[in-house]
Design a protein around this ligand. Structure first.
Ligand SMILES: Cc1cc2nc3c(=O)[nH]c(=O)nc-3n(C[C@H](O)[C@H](O)[C@H](O)COP(=O)(O)O)c2cc1C
Length: 302
């Protein structure tokens, strides 16, 4: 949300990875179609669109976004969130490949039954919505690999070649990264946030909204701490809503004000030490993983 725009998605595509526009970053389905056209003007490589289905203060017109994605000719969609059945069915009916992102093995299996072509499985470390089970990737990824038959992307806590090599060892077919891509030259957010991600360590997150059954991992700041204090007092969501609304987060992202609203980042901040270009980052991760597998792990076998 707010970061998955054309500049970043095109850079990720050009680096040989698969980038996703976040549909709901765009204020309307028409704006999303225009953003898709902007990506196509910047790259001829494949890219996708993420459709996030979550409880929200003002629910968006999901069906209209779905129709716009198909009409624009996008053929890869990442669905995320609850009750994706009708959306997966709609997209599959239009020949779109679906990666469904979820946070538990049982949800991965139901998405597979619904026809998802791949699963992205998000451990508790992840930025955004880790679910309510609190199972970290080290267990969740192999647990999913044991049961899911379609390809799996390991998600949450990945930011370097060590993570990629580990994900492959755990049974995943690739990795999904959110936080790490925010600290790149092309990420369309204020530099203050990139510097904050570099400065932060692995403890610099808060899980908010736990008491509402909609946990979200965000960067720790004045607002996340205030939300947690209100939740401890047993306050209803209506009392925290003005603090956490998306427009407030966006205002902060644009102004470079780290404490204006909540902003999403994961524990992997502790592994982010620079602000490379996307191309440098992707190449580095791949070559690091290759070196770990070819040199370090192979030498342990001899
Ligand atoms: C700034 C930011 C915004 C995000 N917005 C969304 C979103 O709108 N929809 C979604 O499905 N996931 C969203 N995520 C979660 C990522 O897609 C991904 O699952 C997560 O970042 C993986 O964990 P990592 O940050 O440790 O790589 C967001 C993550 C970040 C860092």
């Amino acid at each position: 949300m707010w970061v998955g725009r054309a500049e970043l998605v095109a850079a990720v595509a050009d680096a040989g990875a698969l980038g996703f526009l976040t549909a709901l970053t765009q204020p309307s389905p028409d704006a999303l179609v225009a953003e898709i056209a902007r990506v196509r003007a910047m790259t001829d490589r494949p890219f996708g669109v993420n459709l996030t289905i979550l409880p929200s203060i003002n629910p968006p017109p999901y069906e209209d976004y779905c129709r716009a994605i198909v009409a624009a000719g996008v053929n890869i969609v990442e669905t995320a969130g609850s009750r994706p059945a009708q959306f997966i069915e709609f997209f599959k009916g239009h020949g779109v490949k679906i990666i469904h992102k979820c946070t538990s093995v049982r949800h991965a299996l139901s998405a597979e039954r619904m026809g998802a072509d791949a699963i992205s499985i998000d451990g508790f470390e992840c930025a955004g919505h880790p679910g309510e089970d609190d199972v970290s990737g080290l267990v969740l990824i192999p647990a999913a690999a044991d049961k899911v038959t379609v390809p799996i992307l390991a998600s949450g806590g990945f930011g370097d070649g060590r993570g990629l090599a580990a994900a492959l060892a755990l049974g995943a077919d690739g990795i999904n990264m959110g936080t790490r891509f925010c600290a790149t030259a092309e990420a369309p957010i204020h530099r203050a946030f990139k510097l904050a991600i570099v400065a932060n360590d692995e403890r610099s997150t808060d899980v908010i909204f736990r008491s509402y059954g909609n946990s979200a991992r965000v960067a720790r700041n004045a607002i996340s701490q205030r939300v947690i204090a209100l939740e401890r007092e047993g306050r209803p969501f209506d009392d925290v809503a003005p603090l956490v609304k998306g427009t407030r987060g966006l205002e902060g992202l644009v102004a470079g004000d780290l404490d204006h609203g909540i902003w999403t980042a994961g524990q992997v901040q502790g592994l982010v030490h620079d602000i490379p270009t996307v191309d440098e980052l992707v190449s580095r991760i791949v070559s690091e993983a290759q070196a770990i597998i070819r040199d370090r792990l192979a030498s342990l076998m001899s």
